[in-house]
Design a protein around this ligand. Structure first.
Ligand code: NAD
Length: 292
């Protein structure tokens, strides 16, 4: 069994980006700039946004973090996004999800200019991705592809089972793995909360992407010997022994599943850091491929 070490691979992505940024600035280029918007005081969201801002600093990007109150009217949020859309200094815009219930996620995502949609959630980005046209890929699935590429995971002709069909992880992951590309060319089964016989389907998988948000869901009796397992799950579970009062758990029962795998991601230190690396790559692309 080998670990798919997201911490290590994300560091190498960041190191290479930092070198490119330095070159770019030396040649008179503009500093890449990510604008992040956080609405409300969700603890997990605050942590994610802080990591993204920190990663920007590490590679020499500029970042702006706009923290807005949870009871903010939707129209005000749309107005703030529009201001970033118009600002030529801003290359990428991300609005941290989830949003408070009174704000329409769809409206917010569609308001972001597609050229600055570095999270890759805009319907146009999704459509282009599905058609295999150049587009920003959603950061988490893109990060998983980068990780697979780094470890040269064989995907062609393999059966990939994706558990979870959210618009930000499972569904785009299933599309990307089915594309005629590398990593890709898989036969994909997309499972969700209404899937029947899920353990039997997982047992047929060469590659399993677990993205459902149920700690320890994937057990060893659902995994074929030699499978590649990617754990996207991040759930805070109460843990009185930790200073923070919680521990982070993935969707895979790592201890029992790992011995059966050829490759597996740890949690933390697997998909999480790769999501950030992918976001940085999208922002860099946006900065350096501007339409004039
Ligand atoms: P979501 O809640 O939007 O979607 C969960 C999906 O799982 C749904 O499609 C649902 O049908 C499916 N599902 C739920 N229970 C199931 C079951 N028992 N059997 C089969 N399918 C089931 O979640 P999401 O936003 O896609 O996130 C999933 C997990 O990934 C969460 O733990 C989240 O925190 C984590 N996440 C991690 C990263 C990262 O960077 N590592 C990024 C995004 C999300």
């Amino acid at each position: 069994m080998q670990l798919l070490d997201g911490k290590l691979v994300s560091k190498s992505v960041k190191d290479s980006l930092a070198a490119s940024v330095e070159n770019h600035l030396r040649g008179g280029g503009k500093t890449p700039h990510l604008a992040a918007i956080l609405v409300g005081d969700n603890g997990a969201s605050q942590t994610y946004v802080a990591s993204k801002v920190k990663a920007c600093e590490e590679v020499g990007f500029r970042s702006t973090l706009l923290q807005l109150p949870g009871d903010l009217p939707e129209a005000v949020l749309l107005h703030r996004i529009e201001a970033f859309n118009q600002d030529p200094e801003v290359d990428g815009i991300l609005v941290q999800l989830p949003l408070p219930a009174h704000i329409s996620e769809h409206k917010v995502i569609e308001t972001i200019r597609v050229e600055k949609d570095v999270d890759g959630f805009h319907p146009e980005s999704m459509g282009r991705m599905a058609l295999g046209l150049p587009s920003f890929l959603p950061a988490t699935p893109y990060g998983i592809l980068l990780l697979m590429e780094h470890y040269q995971i064989q995907t062609k002709g393999r059966h990939a089972v994706v558990i979870g069909r959210s618009h930000i992880v499972g569904r785009p992951m299933s599309i990307l793995l089915s594309r005629n590309d590398y990593p890709g060319n898989c036969s994909v089964t997309l499972c969700h909360s209404h899937t029947l016989h899920l353990p039997a389907i997982c047992l047929q998988a060469d590659i399993i992407i677990a993205a459902l948000g149920q700690p320890g869901f994937l057990r060893s009796d659902m995994v074929k010997e030699g499978a590649v397992v990617v754990d996207v799950g991040i759930t805070r579970v109460p843990d009185a022994n930790r200073k923070a009062g919680f521990a982070i758990r993935g969707d895979v029962d790592f201890e029992s599943v790992a011995p059966r795998c050829s490759y597996i991601t740890p949690v933390p230190g697997g998909v999480g850091p790769m999501t950030i690396a992918a976001l940085l790559k999208n922002t860099w692309y946006s900065c350096t491929h501007k339409k004039t």
